[in-house]
Design a protein around this ligand. Sequence first.
Ligand code: SF4
Ligand code: SF4
Length: 443
Amino acid sequence: MRTFRMGGIHPPECKLGAGKPISVMPLPKQGCVLLSQHIGAPAQPVVERGAMVKTGQLLAKAGGFVSANIHSPFTGKVAKIADVVDASGYPKPAIFIDVQDDEWEEGIDLTETLVRECKLEPKEIVQKIADAGIVGMGGACFPTQVKLTPPPGKVADILIINGVECEPYLTADHRLMVEKAQEIVVGIRLLMKALNVKKAVIGIESNKPDAIEILSHQTIPYPEIEVMPLQMHYPQGGEKQLIDAVTRRQVKSGGLPVDVGAVVQNVGTVYAVYEAVQKNKPLIERVVSVTGKSLKQPVNVKARIGTPISSLIDAAGGLPENGAKVISGGPMMGKALANIDAPVAKGTSGVLIIDEAEALRRPVSDCIRCAKCVDACPMGLEPYLLSALSERQLWDRTEKENIMDCIECGCCTFTCPANRPLLDYIRIGKGKTGALIRARKAK
Ligand code: SF4
Ligand code: SF4
């Protein structure tokens, strides 16, 4: 079975919610919709305080080419447009809606009927995806229409669907593949048409045999779509790692997947594309895994964007007494939540509660120069060096040592026998180095 070739680790998987069907979250009393849920410019509000809005109505328009529309996940009254502390702990502008009902905009097909046929031209498909505010739902939140519009001179020849879900604990993509396989296959065919590619590969790690079986069955009529089981190997869900595993092509430092002819889309994004193009449904809800060993009942829920994360935790039996830390995302790449009432965003793939024993940081000792972090790095970096340079604030050196290539996978920290917080320092270094590079380019 294939996998990527450089670095990587095998963390314990703990997929507690793998067998839990997706349930639907009730609507909150008040929803809070962030204006920036994507990479790029924030969206610009097109509604004012006091306005009545319907579910699916445009709330904010994309603020540039790299940006995304935001739609109302609720029916009700715009209570205010103000800052909210988001999952990262920083205040961000958001539209607060007092939820009154659930009356959808006209023209949105809410039936479960599968719609296979699509007579739209490639450009019209891309436009519908842009109109619906679709972004990469694996966590990166890159506006999907931008990925479907390769820069001049670049041509894609393969679409790779990311069904890897290699983060321990998370199961939302797994459940979506099992429960919405037919819709995902239609979504893949729409994306192939939009990109004008003749080949698609769905990469799924071998710990999801049911998803592999269902999608293999659903793709029998479409030989141009291949289901490729992959070895379990973290971080195989990283774009560059997945491209290597599937095609053996290597994206260079600073390069884009399309440089090697590949476009990668997450299965959640593909499902959202199906709903946008075939059902006229904008991206206003998503599947979230709510999980952790100390939770009463780990769940996979379909929640409206803007629902408080605390109510998702309630749906999983409430915050356990020994719940020391709430993490947005998985244990490897997720970030500790500063505010558990922060709203669900388009990129919220999971909520993980870890107990005191799991949250405990082991004592840090001096680097013993074992190079385990170097062996584990899937980007070919030298994590011990990047961390030391960041600690000493040597930003010209961090740039030369390619700190911006770090995908923040955490493999280095995971393997370090001295328990050094390598990624913590590298993240700081990446932030500073990136800001300096942007400032230089702006001159
Ligand atoms: S340096 Fe970055 S890419 Fe390399 S292992 Fe550490 S977190 Fe992952
Ligand atoms: S794994 Fe830890 S101890 Fe080993 S070289 Fe890297 S930083 Fe040093």
